[in-house]
Design a binder for this molecule. Sequence first.
Ligand code: SF4
Length: 347
Amino acid sequence: MKTMLVFVGAVQIGGGAPVRIQSMTKCKTENIKAVIREINGLEKAGCEIIRVAVPNQSVVKNIPIIKTKINIPLVADIHFDHRLAIESIKAGADKIRINPGNIGADYKVREIIEAAKNKNIPIRIGVNAGSISKSILSKYKNPNVKAILESIKQNLKIFEKKDFQNLVLSAKTANPIETVEVYQRLAEIYPYPLHIGVTEAGLPFDGVIRNTAAIAILLNKGIGDTIRVSLTGPSLLEVEAAKEILSSLGKRKSGPTLISCPTCGRCDVNIVKIARQVKKQLENIKLPIKVAVMGCVVNGPGEACSADYGIACGKRSGILFRKGKIVKKSQEENLVSELIALIQEQR
Ligand code: SF4
């Protein structure tokens, strides 16, 4: 579904632009060196928009310094204190994320809108199940889908009165099914781009699965303009997971795809080790190729015939193949290096 186009710095969100990958830094924003290092690492891994927590005035002062050392747009994440939002906008933030419900009186939200208008930057209204107003909660008893939607509707009134449409919406829950329901309704009702993902999704294994469960359903329906895979874990993992989700759904092409067999009683090599080594080596290759690592020769090239390159293992050895055709045979210890050499030959 085509949403309105919003610019975060030079990066487009919505309006038919590719689904953007974003994350949030995990280190203290006070620690400029650490933040810059984290952001640069994330950018290298494929992150396109980065958000930082802005909990106090001293952090606001860091925004211009951080911006001179990074190449992706910076979003300031603000809660409770509207002055931090206004100061962050003045300091050069490319976008502000607020939850109007915890900013307080309407005039405070109006002041943020004015500041964003003056600098022509977007605001993300990020409502979470955990931060719904008391009046809405008493009506619905718990922060269910209806309560979240009413909260968004209520929050949007101030923006509509100020004729401010430079908006991105998010309404995440920790439940993938509810998250899907909420975003489906948002996509039906509003023209604004949607930032999608599951919040408080948990540790990496659970978190990646919960996020993928919701994000994949939504993206497959054409809903969602930017994603964040929130994890209780390293931000790098968030970006890598987001890239893999988009690539698996055919939404973005990003470097090689590794397919590897689950292994079984036919396998006579350490296929897990080989697959891990190949994955590591592929980090340096940017071509959108499919590479297969298969545990046995019988099924190897046949099952992986759609792969551009591959290994099909035998007894302490294996064959290398290209586009389903055998190129050569190698010993187990040489398989990975010879596969990479074969790929590099073709670059
Ligand atoms: S490719 Fe061979 S080793 Fe791997 S799962 Fe299939 S049959 Fe088993």
